[in-house]
Design a protein around this ligand. Structure first.
Ligand SMILES: *[C@@H]1O[C@H](CO)[C@@H](O)[C@H](O)[C@H]1NC(C)=O
Ligand SMILES: *[C@@H]1O[C@H](CO)[C@@H](O)[C@H](O)[C@H]1NC(C)=O
Ligand SMILES: *[C@@H]1O[C@H](CO)[C@@H](O)[C@H](O)[C@H]1NC(C)=O
Ligand SMILES: *[C@@H]1O[C@H](CO)[C@@H](O)[C@H](O)[C@H]1NC(C)=O
Ligand SMILES: *[C@@H]1O[C@H](CO)[C@@H](O)[C@H](O)[C@H]1NC(C)=O
Ligand SMILES: *[C@@H]1O[C@H](CO)[C@@H](O)[C@H](O)[C@H]1NC(C)=O
Ligand SMILES: *[C@@H]1O[C@H](CO)[C@@H](O)[C@H](O)[C@H]1NC(C)=O
Ligand SMILES: *[C@@H]1O[C@H](CO)[C@@H](O)[C@H](O)[C@H]1NC(C)=O
Ligand SMILES: *[C@@H]1O[C@H](CO)[C@@H](O)[C@H](O)[C@H]1NC(C)=O
Ligand SMILES: *[C@@H]1O[C@H](CO)[C@@H](O)[C@H](O)[C@H]1NC(C)=O
Ligand SMILES: *[C@@H]1O[C@H](CO)[C@@H](O)[C@H](O)[C@H]1NC(C)=O
Ligand SMILES: [Ca+2]
Length: 385
């Protein structure tokens, strides 16, 4: 048992580093230079062609925002009609993934429809929109994987508003603040007992300094493009930190937020052999976020599927469960889907927490075949005698 655990911790040796060094003026606290209008005269100041925003290039309608309701109680930018900002930074270190976390704040009052925010890297793009009932505070942290880049490569980060309504006067334009870039490098430990990578969810987006609400991860169909290393996402999940939530193991875990449709996470095992039996174990719990309810989590592993339930009183519980499955192929699919729509008393969506997902072979599988063979031969030998 001790060896298993030792190896599990070895696998978690993913190098990662959250840094504000990559971006200049990531929180917009360095004010625009050469403002022609009087900046102290209002909370929203339109940037014009004579203005420069330190670190950033901008186009279209971009306003400099001053408000106590921002994550850093300071300044941010609002991307209005055709509003766009960009900044190029240089990759440091080889083959690292660059994961962006940022705060999204809905802009304006009395507006009927929210405009989307498009976030792009050189070969990636995601569109975000502020969703009601996903946090207690009036802003949300989101993440986007800018991809894997080699040392010295330039990464142009572009944030742009995406109008969804023809009536631009009734549109709530997105406000963006506190950008954080985290580099994540996963070195697969082939000797590890766990046949899953990042089964403890320690490798994922960075948490913003003043955030108590975790980081939302929207649907992403590909493991490679996901901000959560090696896991794809269906619906929306919240990446939670142990500083502000109950996390069963390590510093982070996943809280699945099912809305009108089920949400969940999915990955694939490595090095399983078709027809062999494996034991999948995981911890199912609640985040200690006052999420009271009856959790139903569907677990699929290879060809096995089973529903697991947990009665949550929202005070940070956790229970270990297991599911034995037969691998249907070398990379068996493992997924967790929440069917329960749960909300806190404050109308914030919440749900089951998943952590410590481990897959290991059961005895009596391929690796032990030689032993069986020897035993049979020994019996034959005895029989012959
Ligand atoms: C400020 O604007 C003037 C023109 O109005 C321009 O000549 C000057 O270079 C600008 N300075 C900065 C720092 O952008
Ligand atoms: C800016 O506005 C403040 C009051 O809101 C005023 O005291 C100041 O003189 C103005 N400055 C300029 C350059 O107009
Ligand atoms: C930019 O600066 C020039 C020169 O000072 C001025 O003529 C022009 O009106 C300014 N443009 C805006 C949009 O303030
Ligand atoms: C955190 O919030 C406090 C007050 O709201 C603010 O003074 C501080 O600058 C923020 N820290 C960061 C890192 O944003
Ligand atoms: C923004 O992107 C343009 C090209 O679209 C580029 O010329 C410019 O240098 C970028 N700005 C920054 C600050 O990286
Ligand atoms: C929003 O509506 C309220 C009440 O109708 C009004 O007092 C306020 O000025 C409006 N705000 C804006 C920005 O139009
Ligand atoms: C979202 O929260 C608001 C109050 O914060 C509440 O009125 C509304 O019903 C909630 N929406 C849903 C879908 O529960
Ligand atoms: C938007 O508002 C401006 C001034 O507030 C007005 O001139 C314009 O006609 C409005 N546009 C629409 C489509 O309502
Ligand atoms: C699967 O692993 C769990 C946790 O180590 C253990 O309790 C359970 O007995 C195992 N199942 C089988 C069939 O070995
Ligand atoms: C698990 O529960 C969901 C929702 O109640 C149901 O649709 C699904 O068929 C169940 N799956 C299994 C394997 O029982
Ligand atoms: C919540 O559940 C835990 C364990 O399941 C239990 O120890 C605790 O007393 C419960 N709290 C309430 C308020 O029911
Ligand atoms: Ca964890």
């Amino acid at each position: 048992m001790a060896i298993w655990f030792h190896r599990i911790f070895l696998l978690l040796l993913v190098s990662s580093c959250a840094s504000s060094d990559f971006l200049e003026n990531p929180d917009f606290e360095s004010p625009p230079l050469n403002l022609s209008s009087n900046a102290s005269s209002g909370a929203f100041v339109l940037l014009d062609q004579n203005t420069t925003l330190p670190g950033w290039t901008f186009q279209g309608t971009v306003q400099y925002v001053t408000s106590p309701d921002l994550p850093d109680s300071g300044h941010a930018v609002q991307l209005g009609e055709d509003g766009k900002i960009n900044q190029t930074f240089i990759a440091k270190g080889d083959d690292l993934n660059y994961i962006l976390t940022f705060a999204l704040i809905p802009g304006g009052e009395n507006c009927s429809s929210s405009s989307g925010l498009s976030v792009s890297g050189p070969d990636s793009n995601s569109v975000f929109s502020y969703k009601q009932n996903y946090s207690k505070v009036p802003w949300q942290s989101y993440s986007h994987n800018l991809g894997k880049w080699g040392n010295g490569e330039p990464i142009n980060l572009v944030l742009e508003s995406q109008a969804i309504d023809s009536d631009t006067n009734s549109t709530c334009w997105p406000i963006v603040d506190t950008l954080l870039i985290k580099t994540v490098g996963v070195t697969l430990d082939q000797d590890s007992a766990n046949l899953l990578t990042n089964g403890g969810f320690e490798s994922g987006p960075g948490f913003l300094p003043n955030s108590t609400e975790g980081v939302l991860i929207d649907a992403v169909p590909s493991l490679i493009q996901s901000a959560l290393t090696q896991w794809s996402v269906i619906g929306t999940v919240r990446y939670i930190d142990s500083e502000h939530f109950h996390v069963p193991e390590g510093k982070a875990a996943i809280e699945i937020l099912a809305d009108t449709t089920p949400s969940g996470i999915q990955t694939a095992t490595r090095d399983t052999s078709e027809g062999s039996r494996y034991n999948l174990t995981f911890t199912l719990g609640d985040a200690n976020d006052a999420c009271i309810g009856h959790f139903v989590v569907g677990v699929e592993a290879g060809s096995a599927a089973q529903n697991f339930t947990l009665e949550s009183n929202g005070t940070g519980s956790g229970e270990k469960f297991g599911l034995v499955f037969v691998a249907d192929k070398a990379a068996a699919q493992i997924s967790f889907t929440s069917y329960s729509v749960t909300m806190t008393k404050e109308d914030v969506l919440c749900g089951p927490v998943i952590d410590e997902v481990i897959v290991h072979p059961l005895s009596g599988t391929a690796s032990l075949k030689p032993t069986w063979l020897l035993l049979v031969l020994a019996l034959l030998y005895v029989a012959v005698l």
